[in-house]
Design a protein around this ligand. Structure first.
Ligand SMILES: [Zn+2]
Length: 114
């Protein structure tokens, strides 16, 4: 609201400011909303990779398998689930990921030892 007279404007703002600050007292929580969305997206990407790879350890069939990045691509510049869908699809098509259980990760797959 334009006021030519600064004194009038000051008076107007004196009445307006308390109303404004009262109505915006509650924080908008934009940060937690965004991290929530990001968490869901990461979970979706991880689930997609796991399902595409068959959901079990590629070596022994254990269902408690996690995603492993092929050695010549490891470490990736950022977390697996932080990559774009396009990059995730490309990496899946090119065999960058595999599923491995904690035992095979720890002791090596039978094929590594023969
Ligand atoms: Zn295994």
């Amino acid at each position: 609201m334009p006021y030519a007279d600064p004194e009038k404007k000051r008076e107007y703002m004196k009445r307006y400011n308390p109303k404004y600050y009262e109505s915006t007292k509650e924080p908008r929580k934009t940060v937690s909303k965004n991290t929530g969305k990001k968490r869901v997206l990461r979970e979706e990407k991880t689930a997609f990779i796991t399902e595409t790879l068959g959901s079990v350890c590629a070596t022994c069939g254990d269902e408690e398998a996690s995603i492993k990045v092929a050695e010549n691509y490891s470490p990736l510049p950022k977390a697996i689930a932080d990559h774009s869908w396009i990059h995730i699809n490309l990496m899946l098509m090119n065999g960058v990921f595999s599923l491995i259980c904690s035992d095979c990760r720890k002791y090596g797959a039978p094929s590594d030892n023969h």
